[in-house]
Design a protein around this ligand. Structure first.
Ligand code: ADP
Ligand code: MG
Length: 257
């Protein structure tokens, strides 16, 4: 079984410490949510997990499928089965959604079997069609250029389609704090619910309490000041829904940062 394990993770941006000792373990088959107010380091954690060069790991460890993640490049992490939905997906005019997904799928296959010739085109089309139906996407979408002129909701759907075709062991979905409307939020949530199962572990990162109306995580964590200060079950989500973050701030903010 695949597991993502984060131990005492410290991360700095431009010499400023943002993450101050994060501990977290996400197993395949589990849904975790990290909630927290703006500016507490949620996106920093997501970017660090994918190996973004601006985020300096100054302490701690990250293990995934028994490998030291910090020694792997971003594409190696991805081929190993870690998926990060991009907050700001880039447009690639000239490359269709289908072609992009096919090369991503094939690149993952080659990691398992280096001499793999790639998924036969008919098999790929069939698989893509199934996934698009599952996610209630119009089939014309596959022929459009990646993210070129896509609406926010379409970009979200494309991200989720990428997740559905790549079949990662662990997916990290970081929701921007701005520009994400309730429809986009719902798309993400519904898709997570459709795709989740024993094969997929999900870490949803958001400051929207509303997300929890749509996704039912088994584990809820609250991040404040670069640390996970509370972890619990769905009851913690209910508390956040009822009381917001103020009680968390009151309880922990006097802790020296
Ligand atoms: P969250 O996702 O919880 O809203 P972030 O991880 O985006 O928080 O940001 C955490 C802190 O790091 C904030 O204080 C933010 O200003 C700072 N920060 C984020 N990105 C950068 C950057 N590229 N350069 C400098 N500071 C940054
Ligand atoms: Mg963020």
């Amino acid at each position: 079984m695949s597991e993502l394990v984060i131990k005492n993770l410290h991360v700095s941006i431009e010499n400023k410490e943002i993450l101050k000792g994060v501990d977290l373990a996400v197993k395949q088959g589990e849904i975790h949510a990290i909630m927290g107010p703006n500016g507490t380091g949620k996106s920093t954690l997501a970017f660090t997990l994918m190996g973004h060069p601006s985020y300096m790991v100054t302490g701690g460890e990250i293990w995934f499928r028994g490998k030291n993640l910090l020694e792997l490049a971003t594409d190696e992490r991805s081929r190993l089965g870690l998926f990060l939905a991009f907050q700001y997906p880039v447009a690639i005019p000239g490359v269709t959604v289908a072609n992009f997904l096919r090369s991503a799928v094939n690149s993952r296959r080659r990691l398992v079997t280096p001499e793999d010739k790639g998924m036969p085109i008919l098999e790929f089309r069939k698989m893509l069609k199934e996934k698009m139906e599952l996610l209630k996407m119009d089939s014309a979408f596959a022929g459009r250029y990646l993210n070129d002129g896509f609406s926010g909701g379409e970009k979200k759907r494309t991200e989720i389609l990428q997740m559905a075709t790549l079949k990662p062991e662990i997916a990290i979905l970081d929701e921007t704090d701005s520009g994400l409307d309730i429809d986009a939020l719902r798309i993400v949530a519904e898709s997570v619910n459709v795709l989740s199962g024993p094969e997929l572990g999900v870490l949803v990162i958001t400051h929207y309490q509303r997300l929890l109306n749509y996704i039912k995580p088994q584990f809820v964590h609250i991040m404040l000041g670069g640390k996970i200060v509370e972890s619990g079950g769905p009851d913690l989500a209910l508390q956040l829904e009822e009381r917001g973050y103020d009680w968390v701030r009151e309880k922990y903010e006097e802790t020296p940062a």
